[in-house]
Design a protein around this ligand. Structure first.
Ligand SMILES: CC(C)(COP(=O)(O)OP(=O)(O)OC[C@H]1O[C@@H](n2cnc3c(N)ncnc32)[C@H](O)[C@@H]1OP(=O)(O)O)[C@@H](O)C(=O)NCCC(=O)NCCS
Length: 182
């Protein structure tokens, strides 16, 4: 595989089924296929699909928070196991940060990225921590919804006061591939 194999694209309606299949494959929360179609229709500008050799291998679904439109909430991010550790997920987050400035001219620039991270999901925690490192912004961890809301999850905000993640970083094979955006 060459560095030119990875492309990052704005999802279209016919990407919805593949996004759903990837979500199921990588063990993300099971939403109906309908959810992915809605994201492809209504939140395509804040979502992205990664393709290798033309085949979908990962995706991000996100949306701007209505109360804080400069905050991109990352709903789900998933990369097929065979493609992990090569920078695909990080490239998708960078892509969203960049393309939103271009694609949504009327909207404010994305100033903050927010994501809920299930306790113990080391890969996810490091993904967002690495994103913050790359862009020189701190990470803040707070409880997003408390026990009463159930389930209990924490949120990682790539902005404001910093708090370094306590997770122990495991070794992952690195062989970065550079994305092309379409
Ligand atoms: C989380 C996930 C999307 C990461 O995808 P990926 O393409 O392998 O991530 P990247 O290669 O872009 O890595 C991003 C950063 O996280 C780090 N990282 C990724 N996986 C890691 C792991 N298992 N342990 C430690 N660090 C890890 C990388 O080293 C990289 O940091 P660096 O740039 O400083 O080297 C992928 O593991 C996945 O799909 N997991 C299952 C679904 C999930 O849990 N999604 C998140 C919840 S919505």
């Amino acid at each position: 595989m060459t560095t030119a194999d990875l492309t990052l694209v704005t999802p279209r309606l016919d990407d919805g089924a593949a996004m759903w299949r990837i979500a199921v494959d990588v063990g993300l929360d099971r939403n109906s296929p309908y959810k992915y179609l809605l994201f492809c229709r209504d939140f395509a500008a804040t979502s992205v699909v990664a393709r290798v050799d033309g085949e979908p291998v990962g995706f991000v679904t996100g949306y701007r928070r209505p109360a804080e439109p400069d905050t991109l909430f990352v709903w789900q991010v998933g990369v097929l196991a065979s493609q992990r550790g090569r920078g695909v997920a990080g490239a998708m987050l960078d892509h969203l940060r960049h393309t939103n400035r271009v694609a949504e001219a009327a909207a404010p620039p994305i100033g903050q990225l927010e994501a809920s991270v299930t306790r113990g999901n080391t890969a996810s925690m490091w993904l967002f921590t690495a994103f913050a490192d790359r862009h020189g912004v701190p990470v803040t961890r707070t409880v997003l919804f408390g026990r009463r809301c159930s389930p209990r999850i924490t949120t990682t905000r790539c902005c404001s006061a910093s708090a370094r993640c306590e997770a122990t970083r495991s070794q992952v094979g690195r062989r970065r591939i550079s994305p092309r955006s379409q």
